[in-house]
Write a protein of this length. Structure first.
Length: 380
């Protein structure tokens, strides 16, 4: 269950403790289909709309920072990959705050969480309930509704390591941090672990089932991991493997996108490869797709300003029309709780009008505040 730390943004706060459902998904290679381009409006000038400054969101974030550690620290030491699933939000939040402010206290906390998770990994061969029992290191989960219990779960690991590898990429691309011998030593150790005991492990165990997956959001987690590693690895052979995953998933995601039936300026997609059926992707899991795409837009040429404008239209015109209702699906149908913290909120960095709209969002937690701070930093 998501840990919600409510912030005094604006309006009446809504308490939403939503549980992310884990589906028993089947096998099979995704089918790629052609789509029609979506007409979009040009992006708004960054100088046209004033937004709240970084310091506003940092103050909101610090209101709950101590409480975050009370929960995050034991989760990072637990050795249960389901706890790491939720912990991923804290890693992403502290990484966003470091990117927004440059303050190393946020970098230190994010690194502490990831180092603790890494230290809790055990050889698969020593895990008596593991279904693999091979040479790689990892974790099992004892989540109550996981059947069978005590197995290694690629979804939980990818959910955490997409944000953990973003932290590594940010550290590597921040000279003042990477040039510090202490940070660099910690970075190199974590990078080596991620390359061997996250990516290589699950690719070796079967990339069709474990990396490419049969749902868009699950594949997007691996696209994020692969993109981050491709940008920081020192091994050319590994970089080719990472780029193959990124390029393949990018093309499959592109093939899923269609004009939205609720508004043709917005994107629509179904979470099952090859399907265009309504109501399409659920908004909760669509955050996973948007979380990847927001970063991919900045580190390549495949995803463009035009794409971000279409996703922004999806947020403000279809998923959250008028700022009064939260849709459950990307075609605008159904009703949900308005959880945008892990994906949709990151669109604010590309459009100050969207950022200003998000400032009025009435469902908020520390993760939301941190990414709003990063958005404000980027817009300024």
């Amino acid at each position: 269950m998501r840990r919600w730390i409510l912030l005094g943004i604006l309006g009446v706060l809504i308490v939403a403790g939503a549980v992310i459902a884990v589906r028993n998904l089947g096998d099979g290679e995704p089918e790629v289909t052609a789509t029609t381009a979506v007409p979009v409006s040009p992006p708004v000038s960054r100088s046209a709309v004033p937004v709240l400054p970084v310091r506003h969101w940092e103050a909101k974030y610090l209101d709950g920072w101590a409480f975050e550690r009370e929960n995050g620290l034991p989760a990072s030491r637990s050795g249960d990959s389901w706890n790491h699933y939720d912990l991923s939000y804290d890693v992403d939040a502290n990484t966003a705050m470091f990117r927004a402010t440059g303050q190393t206290r946020y970098l230190d906390r994010a690194l502490e969480y990831v180092e603790n998770v890494t230290a809790s990994a055990k050889p698969s061969s020593s895990l008596p309930t593991s279904q693999y029992r091979d040479r790689f290191h990892g974790w099992i989960s004892h989540r109550e509704d996981l059947q069978p219990s005590g197995v290694e779960v690629p979804l939980y690991e990818s959910y955490f390591w997409r944000h953990a590898t973003t932290l590594l990429r940010v550290l590597r691309q921040t000279p003042t941090a990477h040039d510090d011998p202490g940070y660099r030593q910690r970075y190199e150790k974590l990078l080596g672990f991620a390359e061997e005991h996250v990516f290589t492990k699950w690719q070796t165990r079967g990339e069709a089932d474990n990396i490419y997956r049969d749902r868009t959001h699950m594949a997007a987690h691996w696209a994020a991991i692969s993109l981050n590693l491709s940008l920081i690895t020192t091994d050319d052979n590994r970089r080719v493997r990472y780029r193959t995953v990124v390029d393949t998933i990018d093309k499959r995601l592109r093939a899923q996108l269609r004009p939205n039936p609720a508004d043709p300026a917005a994107y629509f997609w179904n979470d099952q490869w090859g399907s265009g059926q309504r109501p399409g992707q659920d908004v909760s899991h669509a955050n996973g797709v948007l979380s990847y795409l927001a970063e991919a837009k900045d580190h390549g040429t495949f995803w463009t300003d035009t794409d971000m404008a279409a996703f922004n239209a999806l947020l403000v015109k279809v998923v959250w029309p008028g700022g009064t209702r939260y849709a459950a699906y990307v075609d605008g149908t159904g009703s949900d709780n308005g959880w945008f913290s892990d994906g949709f909120v990151k669109l604010g960095r590309y459009d100050p009008a969207v950022q200003q709209r998000l400032e009025r969002h009435q469902v908020a937690n520390l993760h939301f505040a941190a990414n709003m701070a990063l958005n404000a930093s980027r817009l300024s």
